[in-house]
Ligand binder design. Structure first.
Ligand SMILES: [Zn+2]
Length: 373
């Protein structure tokens, strides 16, 4: 295993930050895993520590057969955003930008760079596209600190064959996001992790870090009609809620990730097993997720629990009004039938704020618009 330290530009006099990158194994294929891009989401940080312990053992036994790159903390900028005892780690304090947006490569620039080189040989096409993506990343501006951070992360990940970005929700059942063109690999990942909720995305719209890795392959295949041999599979893995940080959960999730790496040919003899799953598998397009907005200011109290199946119209929660002359509550009926898989942990809520997510079987929003806000 080789460890690199990638320096980030100094944000203030006397201050220097860096990214740490561990690279195991060698070979033509690369798996890339990172945690904590949203710096206030910590379960994945512990999961990667458990995974690294397993990879250390496998490496000594000669059982790592391709490259496995681990970025154990993907956002040292956000991890330093302590504010009065809290960690506002989702948005960059300098630019206001969500740390998990704005990283996609220009498809026009990629097409210009590589379109004329593509032909009938799928493996050659893979090489051309990966090289062009590396070039575009190297040419990215690194002005603002968040841009330099994104550039440093992409410099390690953009040419990966498999990319897993570990996040978590406020409070949630474990779930995964991946491109709707890669259901079989997404199902294999969900099966290994034992995650019942699997959300499939159209990666041709606004994308996060994961979709930044798959969008070029989908777009270039569509626009040129040329074949590719092994486009990147990328997923966002949501490791439950922010407070679900424990060795027991991290050990379980690391084993599931290792089982997936083994099925994908990166390691062997790991002994890692697919993890048991709670509830029936629900593989749906993310446009079938119903976000439940709060109708009012006040305190949210839930009448249904995480993981419950709810029917449209039944009482899901109430908003306790604090500024009413007498004690009063506004009922929040379930806006869709499905499984309640996410709740807020900000109980003092306001109009429009999300207080839950329901995985339903009906379309709730226009395809490809889930990340437009
Ligand atoms: Zn996140």
């Amino acid at each position: 295993m080789i460890t690199k330290h990638l320096p980030l530009p100094s944000p203030a006099p006397g201050m220097q930050r860096h990214l740490m990158v561990h690279e195991y194994g060698s070979g033509p294929r690369k798996a890339y895993l990172q945690a904590g891009l949203h710096a206030d989401e910590w379960p994945g940080l512990l999961t990667l520590q458990h995974l690294m312990a397993s990879l250390d053992t496998l490496e000594q036994a000669g059982h790592i057969h391709q490259r496995v790159v681990i970025v154990p903390f993907a956002n040292p900028v956000g991890m330093n955003q302590r504010l009065f005892g809290k960690f506002p780690g989702r948005f960059d304090a300098t630019t206001g930008q969500n740390f998990n947006r704005g990283m996609s490569l220009s498809i026009g620039a990629l097409t210009h760079r590589v379109g004329h080189l593509l032909g009938a040989d799928a493996e050659l096409n893979d090489g051309h596209l990966r090289e062009a993506m590396r070039q575009l990343v190297s040419e990215k501006s690194g002005g603002y600190e968040i841009e330099a951070l994104h550039k440093a992360l992409l410099s390690q990940s953009i040419d990966a064959h498999l990319m897993l970005d570990l996040h978590c929700d406020d409070e949630a059942l474990p779930h995964v996001f991946y491109g709707d063109h890669q259901r079989s690999t997404g199902d294999q990942l969900g099966d290994c992790l034992g995650f019942a909720i699997r959300l499939e995305e159209d990666v041709r719209g606004t994308v996060a870090f994961d979709g930044s890795h798959t969008q070029p392959w989908v777009s270039l295949a569509e626009s040129t009609g040329m074949p590719f041999a092994e486009p990147c599979f990328a997923a966002t893995v949501e490791l439950r809620g922010q407070k679900d940080v424990s060795d027991a959960l991290a050990r379980r999730d690391a084993e599931g990730l290792l089982a997936f790496l083994e099925r994908q040919g990166f390691v062997s003899n790991s002994g890692a097993a697919a993890q048991p799953q709670q509830g029936e598998t629900l593989s749906i397009n993310v446009d079938k997720v119903k976000v439940v907005p709060s109708p009012a200011n006040g305190l949210v109290v839930y009448h249904r629990s995480l993981g419950d199946w709810v029917d449209e119209g039944e009482l899901l929660a109430e908003i306790v009004l604090l500024d009413s002359s007498r004690p009063a509550r506004i009922p929040v009926p379930a806006p869709a039938t499905g499984r309640l898989f996410s709740q807020t942990n900000t109980f003092l809520t306001s109009p429009g704020a999300s207080i839950g997510m329901i995985a339903s079987k009906d379309q709730q929003i226009a395809p490809g618009t889930q990340l437009s806000y």
